[in-house]
Design a protein around this ligand. Sequence first.
Ligand code: NAP
Length: 556
Amino acid sequence: MSAVQSVSGKSPSATPETYDVVVVGAGLAGMYMLHRLRGLKMTARVFEQGDGVGGTWYWNRYPGARCDVESMQYSYSFSDELQQEWDWSERYAPQAEILKYANHVADRFDLRPDIQFNTRVDRCVFDEDTNRWSVTTSDGATVVAAFVVLATGCLSNARMPDIEGISGFKGKVYHTGNWPHEPVDFTGLRVGMIGTGSSAIQSVPVIAEQAKHLTVFQRTANFSIPARNAPLTAEEREIFRKNYPEVRRFAREEARNGIYTELPDRGALDDGDNDRRAKYEARWRHGGLTFMSVYNNLALDKTANDTAADFVREKIAEIVRDPETARLLQPNNHPIGTKRICIDTDYFATFNRPNVMLVDIKSNPFEEILPNAVRTGGKDYEIDALVLATGFDAMTGSVAKIDIRGRNGQTLNQKWAEGPKTYLGLMSAGFPNLFIITGPGSPSVLSNMIVSIEQHVDWISDCIAFMRDRGLDTMEAKKDAEDNWVAHVNEVAHTTLYPQANSWYMGANIPGKPQIFMPYIGGVGPYRQICNDVAAKGYEGFAMTGAERPRKMAAS
Ligand code: NAP
């Protein structure tokens, strides 16, 4: 039986369609959420603004886009048949393959009938008399739901830089986070690239191979580790498949970041220079994100961190032939790992190509963009096309675009004006029955996203089932539990070096955005345990009301 009386099919009258749950977004989170709700026999409607599933992997189609978590781990674990049968072709899956996988999952679990594509959710309003959400979409329709789940993604609101003259540029302008679906051909063109984060670091080597010339405009140098991508052999896949129960358990319960890897048992200063260097060399040769797990104190102790940062800076100097370019590419304003570490294939070596130039816009900020050039430092760099790899309004940007109104008409944007406030990253006080998947205050972007997505979807599904089984009507974070959690998230962040970087984790990439460390850095294992304990104690810290109780009951 459903939590609410559902109206199936088209309504003959003006009565809005009614669902148990509206899910916003059909990325990897929204898709799994729908699958679980189906299993609970709940009625659900997913609204997706794109014309296909896949979220991040639907939008980020820029050249060189691929996941920085290894494919055998960046995949759903909820279906053993799926993980045993799907063949990943490379150590790190390219965007097109992940999108194919998302489409395969949508077909395999017959998800499409409940997904409405090309439809944005514009407004969600909580009605305190009925305890239901009214959800208005870009096609002008309104539906009613007992629950709303925001599966809007953390890095899905592409940020256009505010640079004078950009609208007058005569060539094509592309944003890596909103790349065209048709192939883009840079052959014979002089391309300008703004930004040097993960997206740029992946696309620079690929665009440089095709374009006549590539000028990279760098404001902040970033640390990047070689991916060492390679085709996956059948034997390598088989090792993972056989060990999946343990690989998945470890990723969920023991790894801080949801990735199966060897855990360090010592700090960087516990080894002498030679041993330390040998360990960094081995990880550099192995490639990938696990470089940061050589030692257990790289995120905690600046002196320890410096040893890893110096190692990478030396590598950059070895790879890049022009000493001035090498110097500019060496990051020097944040500890390594405190901005999302980048994973690359030949990024630094690309600057040895005769058709690639690095321009420092830190010391010579943009003056303006002309119809055919970028002007900086009194010089014009002529370009035919412009690529913006300028990032996202992360973690809160997509939620902020929806007009969400909770109790007493308060909007979520008003409530989050000084930074996002959630309890466990899952709910915000004053917004009953509104769940967020991988929201601020949860490990989310600091983890293997699929591990965190599955954990949240499972927790939310269990919670909705709990409420249905007990005839409960509303659930809401209590303010004191939320305040304590926000303080805890902040406190844990400040035991690390992370807040020392002007990163998008802090909201520092968006002018005027409150600077608060948004994800929970306590680790996916401890976080999962906290969430499980809260549930085991009858959802401690949340107020729940029964359908028969007075409905205008604010959480205390
Ligand atoms: P990002 O890390 O935020 O990088 C944006 C870049 O644009 C930075 O270099 C930034 O410089 C620059 N920039 C922004 N506005 C500018 C302006 N007005 N003028 C000049 N430069 C400007 O964005 P991203 O590279 O798209 O990556 C975002 C996140 O997405 C990553 O951290 C990662 O979590 C995820 N991602 C993952 C993968 C993967 O799985 N492999 C790939 C791509 C992205 P400043 O640093 O000086 O602000």
